[in-house]
Design a protein around this ligand. Structure first.
Ligand code: FMN
Length: 149
């Protein structure tokens, strides 16, 4: 089954940004629980990066499930100023680890990722390369977590 993906950046509303990165029982956890429940049934996996003010989320899955999950994202009132960075087919899943999980990142990391080249979700395989693609940077952050869990 062809796998499609979408990546976007957005800004958290002030109630969420007020919690900063210490969101253990906060509204962000409720969003993630709800998102993961939906994504699990829809065959969608991915990750949500949060720097305390902004989000960058990557989602992938079969077309039907992904488009419903993404329409829930677009309709959510907990964030604004959503900018889609890329949407399209990926050969195989790059982010099979979680139905959804949020990871804290530095503001600078999120900015670098939002400005990176997301053309066709290409990867060079080295997140430290000066010309790393967005997908390389994202996988660099995620794989640190996967390796330590
Ligand atoms: C940053 C963010 C990421 C979300 N990610 C997903 C997702 O991966 N899958 C999904 O089905 N819904 C997702 N949602 C939607 C939430 O699960 C929830 O339905 C939504 O936030 C509804 O509440 P709200 O309108 O008060 O934000 C996301 C929402 C936000 C704000």
């Amino acid at each position: 089954m062809p796998i499609r993906a979408v990546v976007y950046a957005s800004e958290a509303i002030s109630e969420i940004a007020a919690g900063g990165l210490g969101q253990a029982d906060g509204r962000l956890c409720a969003i993630i629980d709800d998102a993961a429940r939906f994504n699990r049934d829809a065959g969608v996996t991915g990750v949500l990066l949060f720097d305390g003010e902004r989000f960058l989320q990557y989602l992938e899955g079969p077309e039907d499930g992904l488009s419903v999950a993404y329409s829930r994202v677009v309709g959510a009132r907990s964030h604004t100023a959503l900018v889609e960075l890329q949407r399209g087919r990926v050969g195989n899943r790059r982010m099979p680890f979680w139905p959804m999980r949020w990871l804290p990142v530095q503001a600078q990391e999120l900015t670098q990722m939002a400005r990176a080249d997301w053309t066709s979700f290409f990867q060079r395989g080295d997140p430290t390369a000066p010309n790393a693609f967005g997908m390389d940077l994202l996988l660099g952050v995620v794989q640190k977590q996967v390796a330590t869990c």
